[in-house]
Design a protein around this ligand. Sequence first.
Ligand code: PLP
Length: 389
Amino acid sequence: MTAMTPAAEDDLLSYREEFPILERKTYLNSCSLGALSRRSMAGLAEFQELWNEYGASAWYRTWIPKLGELRAAYGRVIGGKEAEVALSPNVSTALTMVASCLDYSRRPKVVVADVDFPTIAHQWLAKAGLGVEVVTVPSEGRVHVPVERWEEAIDERTALVATSHVLYTSGQIQDVAAIAEICHRKGALCLVDGYQSAGQIPVDVHALDCDFYVGGSLKWLLGGQGMAFLWVRPELVQELQPTVTGWFAVDSQFSFDNTELRLREDAGRFEYGTPSIPTVYTALGGLSLVEEVGVRRIRERTGHLTRDLVSKARSRGLTLRVPEHSEHHASITMVDVPDASTVVRGLAERGVIADHRYGLVRLSPYFYNTEAENDRTLDALEEILRETP
Ligand SMILES: Cc1ncc(COP(=O)(O)O)c(C=O)c1O
């Protein structure tokens, strides 16, 4: 990874003004919820103003075109096109859409990893009554899943593999291109959960050669709750027949024809009913910042901050659960402590916002953070550990 010039760093630090929370807190929890920007706040105000000014006619003049802008922006951060992207209120609903398109009669297996976010497995565990079998691939200590284990688990009975690009349990960047290759060789489809990757590491869905890529605005895309996306490989868009739907998925939605179902030709056919427009505005605000900074620069900066955090934590004698090689380590760093929830509470009392998962403290600096904030977090953490009997 190329080192950034000091000028580029200064450039990024000027973005701190965009995020009011950074004036109040040391915020190292973007992998749970990205910071709210002034741009998203301005977007929200604009949405309200349009509602006041135009009422329902704002749909036609502004809000429907905004949905297209949002699909296009999500597409750009993952190397896809507007026509390949469907909007969804959250990842779970996007998974429901994909699950509804699959035929489990000859291929009843869906393969996930024990380190995938639970909502992935839950989607297919809920279909046990339909004969769906969920196979869970075990990780190595919740840090990574060796590719051979995917090779063993995927077979001619597998309909789908659904797994994460970046593991929320360790920050490991999975080799999802290798997993997609195994899937296709064995006739299965491959869905990638990009919630922890889109925005923070460069993604090119076409190069990954996966079939579905899901993500959302909550975390690294800085857009808040209530808006997610589903990218579908263009060759599959027309082939798939969803059995869940809504009137935003149909071809001429404003003809109000309820006698037949004609779905849109693009990936919009995988949408549902009325979307949350305030969230479209907050999502576009966040995405505009991510695109302006550029995902490559973001990865350079977060890579630098992650290496800084890891080396400083280790030199203070803290135990980490992180990927072995920094090039596979995205900006999630797990710190092993005796009582993570007490530590996270203690950090909050000291003005440091972090999180915990599986008994470990989880720290996730973003491009707007600094080395000084890493130091402050580690100082506070050591102080709490000293004080905790
Ligand atoms: C990897 C991953 N997938 C999915 C989700 C959330 O899914 P949903 O949008 O359905 O709440 C999260 C976190 O909230 C996550 O970390």
